[in-house]
Design a protein around this ligand. Structure first.
Ligand code: HEM
Ligand SMILES: [Ca+2]
Ligand SMILES: [Ca+2]
Length: 310
């Protein structure tokens, strides 16, 4: 009775079965972000890392068990993705009000939207009705999610494999306007960009020197850096302004202005016009949220986001 019979997502999915669902998610996310501003970024990223592996099906949330290896162990996720306790808190609040009704995959989609809004970004209606997977894919997590040192072509290919295009790539990369990154994610650019012991000269060298002080050649792997040094907790277009000043933190950020004329033009547009960035961000997030969801009688509504129902 609670399955998505029609096979597509729509914002009113819980209007009858759990009319309080959206409010419950929003209030727990708001509390968590008030405790720690970075949590908005962490929750936004969870939806991305879920959707790029087997679609938006909460596969990312499953812990390892006798029959399953968690995606949390992948190279991209290990010591990096966070926010699972907040998802648990949302889920238990929802289970009290509407038992086994709201999927963990939909919680991730709603929390990503609420986080964006709380950080000052755009709002959008979240299509709902995703169901939760009964498996996970460690290899998918290792292979499908772009890495910060991937080339432009590799990153674009990984987006296209998920039905996303060049506009989505540039726009969604704008998420790096909030949140933190570890030294290990960009060290290569500071010391040895192409195996010749030289830094990446497409990175502003004053900025590079600052980064080196807390990201040494060896050690300090987990040291944290803000990704947008201008407004690290505010969702705005300053990420794109940084790219034009050669101050993108990752190789994957900077290549948007150094490798392709079309992405460069978009970066310039967004740097000049926050409103256009916000409008497209909302559209691209809905598009990402539509990556092969489980609907109908496929999948299940988990009781606990960390494990499948027995
Ligand atoms: C285009 C390819 C992308 C690459 C290569 C990439 C890579 C990364 C890396 C390496 C980090 C830092 C991880 C760490 O050091 O622990 C990061 C953080 C982050 N990414 Fe991306 N990312 C990409 C796209 C996206 C997209 C599409 C979104 C959201 C829709 C996103 C949202 C975030 C956020 C919000 C953070 C900060 C998380 C936090 O502070 O907890 N990224 N990303
Ligand atoms: Ca998934
Ligand atoms: Ca910012």
């Amino acid at each position: 009775s609670k399955s998505n019979y029609y096979g597509y997502l729509y914002p009113q999915f819980y209007d009858w079965s759990c009319p309080q669902a959206k409010e419950i998610v929003k209030s727990v996310v708001a509390k968590a972000v008030a405790r720690e501003a970075r949590m908005a970024a962490s929750l936004l990223r969870l939806h991305f890392h879920d959707c790029f592996v087997k679609g938006c099906d909460a596969s990312l949330l499953l812990d390892s068990s006798a029959t399953l290896i968690s995606e949390k162990r992948s190279n991209t996720n290990r010591n990096s993705v966070r926010g699972f306790e907040v998802i648990d808190e949302i889920k238990s609040a929802l289970e009290k009000e509407c038992p086994q009704t709201v999927s963990c995959a939909d919680i991730l989609a709603l929390a990503a939207r609420d986080s964006t809004v709380l950080a000052g970004g755009p709002n959008w209606e979240v299509p709902l009705g995703r169901r939760d997977s009964r498996d996970a894919s460690l290899s998918g997590s290792n292979n499908n999610i772009p890495a910060p040192n991937n080339t432009f072509n590799t990153i674009l290919t990984k987006f296209k494999l998920k039905g996303l295009d060049l506009v989505d790539l540039v726009t969604l990369s704008g998420s790096h306007t909030i949140g933190n990154a570890r030294c290990t994610s960009f060290r290569q650019r500071l010391y040895n960009q192409s195996g010749n012991s030289l830094p990446d000269y497409t990175l502003d060298q004053t900025y590079a020197a600052q980064l080196r002080t807390r990201c040494p050649k060896s050690g300090g792997d987990q040291n944290l850096f803000v990704m947008d040094f201008v407004s690290p907790t505010k969702f705005d277009n300053s990420y794109f302004k940084n790219l034009l000043a050669s101050r993108g933190l990752f190789n994957s950020d900077q290549v948007l202005v150094t490798k392709n004329q079309a992405t460069l033009a978009l970066v310039k547009l967004y740097a000049e016009n926050n409103e256009i960035f916000f409008e497209q961000f909302a559209k691209s997030m809905v598009k990402m949220g539509n990556i092969s969801p489980l609907t109908g009688y496929r999948g299940e509504i988990r009781k606990n986001c960390r494990m499948m129902n027995s």
